[in-house]
Design a binder for this molecule. Structure first.
Ligand SMILES: CC(=O)SCCNC(=O)CCNC(=O)[C@H](O)C(C)(C)COP(=O)(O)OP(=O)(O)OC[C@H]1O[C@@H](n2cnc3c(N)ncnc32)[C@H](O)[C@@H]1OP(=O)(O)O
Ligand SMILES: O=C([O-])CC(=O)C(=O)O
Length: 371
């Protein structure tokens, strides 16, 4: 038995949810380019969970279902208030609050398919409310209740900022949600599947996935991209800064990908949005710095920008706090996690690979006084 580091190239499951073939991403056979240009995030969630796009009536009732499940139990709001709001990272808050939601769901351990789908709706609906409530509480503001008539994207921005967003903001945010919704067997989705393959519950699966997304090699990279752009400060500093990082063998956040060799098909949309939004909001220097970094890394290392790279300047332009970038990723990706959790339950087998043992062998136990 020989181990493959990082399970690179291992086909670990079959799935009908999303695919990456020849550097192109599809959700249930629909090209991401088509969905990014045309679909609402609600349609995409429906697609991922039902393997088909909704008709008008199905979409209407799905949106109503989501909207009517967005409110949080008071106990969860009270718990959020009890955190050390000046130091707790919002991803840690989200991980804890999602786990806590399970305590207040009478169907939490119900394994029947209908119950799992109802929990999926509740989780998808409540996660934006958790993220925005936490973001407001730590600024000394009261959480804002969702407006049932707003779209998912508009509601998030409304609950975050306390005012209804402009159309251009909603359009950009909706597109970002569509682009982040699912991505085959990425680390957080795999984590969710491993967890529920023990026949553990949906809340455990999503809590585990949030933990995996939080890391800087995965979803946590977008916050670090913005930290890097802020440190760079001015466009002319970009290349010298990156040269120094590479000389110190440091990784450049938002660059590189395990699967994509030529490029991440989502990045071009975020790049275009970054160009437009940074111009509109007077933050063009972040777009220009990003271009310099992308070109330099491509030239020096042959690495493409990934989805996290341009999303940083997009969210910054939308006025979002930098440590909320990864929670926003979770607001979208929970749709994919839930699709994979439902698929795993539907055709389950315990996920239990083997390890290649490389430790010492044949040791003889010595009593404490002989060690
Ligand atoms: C939504 C997402 O999760 S997208 C990914 C978000 N993560 C990031 O942006 C973090 C930065 N990127 C990375 O760390 C990596 O590219 C990953 C984790 C995304 C994928 O990496 P892997 O396929 O495991 O490649 P690995 O980390 O083994 O790197 C292979 C080589 O490329 C180099 N490399 C890979 N990414 C980078 C990077 N961002 N900056 C500099 N060098 C890099 C490594 O140093 C290594 O070089 P070496 O062979 O000379 O030692
Ligand atoms: O697929 C991956 O390894 C990471 C990624 O791009 C994602 O989760 O969107």
């Amino acid at each position: 038995m020989t181990a493959t580091k990082g399970l690179e190239g291992i086909i670990a499951t079959q799935s009908s949810i999303s695919s990456i073939i020849d550097d192109q991403l599809t959700y249930v056979g629909y090209d991401i380019d088509d969905l990014a240009e045309n679909s609402s995030f609600e349609e995409v969630i429906y697609l991922l969970w039902n393997q088909k796009l909704p008709n008008e009536q199905e979409l209407k009732s799905f949106k109503e279902d989501l909207a009517s499940n967005m409110e949080l139990p008071n106990e969860v709001i009270d718990h959020l208030k009890s955190y050390d709001l000046s130091t707790v990272h919002p991803m840690a808050a989200l991980r804890t609050a999602v786990s806590m939601l399970g305590l207040y769901d009478s169907e939490a351990d119900e394994m029947e398919e209908g119950a799992n789908k109802r929990k999926a709706v509740r989780l998808q609906a409540k996660i934006p409310t958790i993220v925005t409530a936490f973001a407001r509480l730590r600024k000394g503001q009261d959480p804002i209740s969702p407006k049932k008539e707003l779209s998912f994207a508009a509601n998030f921005l409304y609950m975050l900022n306390g005012k209804e967003p402009e159309d251009i903001e909603v359009e950009a945010f909706n597109k970002a949600l569509v682009l982040h919704a699912d991505h085959e067997l990425n680390a957080s989705t795999f984590t969710a599947r491993v967890c529920v393959a023990t026949l553990s519950d949906v809340y455990s699966g999503v809590t585990a996935a949030i933990g995996a997304l939080k890391g800087p090699l995965h979803g946590g990279a977008n916050e670090r991209v913005m930290k890097m752009l802020t440190e760079i400060g001015e466009v002319d500093n970009a290349v010298p800064y990156i040269k120094e990082k590479l000389a110190n063998k440091e990784k450049i956040m938002g660059m590189g990908h395990r699967v994509y060799q030529k490029g991440d098909p989502r990045a071009k949309f975020l790049k275009e949005m970054s160009k437009e939004l940074t111009k509109l909001t007077g933050h063009s220097k972040y777009y220009e710095m990003s271009i310099k970094i992308e070109d330099y890394i491509k030239e020096e290392k042959g690495l493409p920008a990934n989805v996290d790279f341009y999303s940083a300047s997009v969210y910054h332009s939308l006025g979002v706090d930098h440590d909320l970038f990864t929670p926003i990723f979770a607001v979208s990706r929970v749709s994919g996690w839930l699709a994979h959790i439902l698929e795993q339950y539907d055709n389950n087998r315990l996920i239990r690979p083997r390890a290649e043992y490389v430790g010492p062998k044949g040791q003889t136990y010595k009593s404490l006084d002989q060690r």
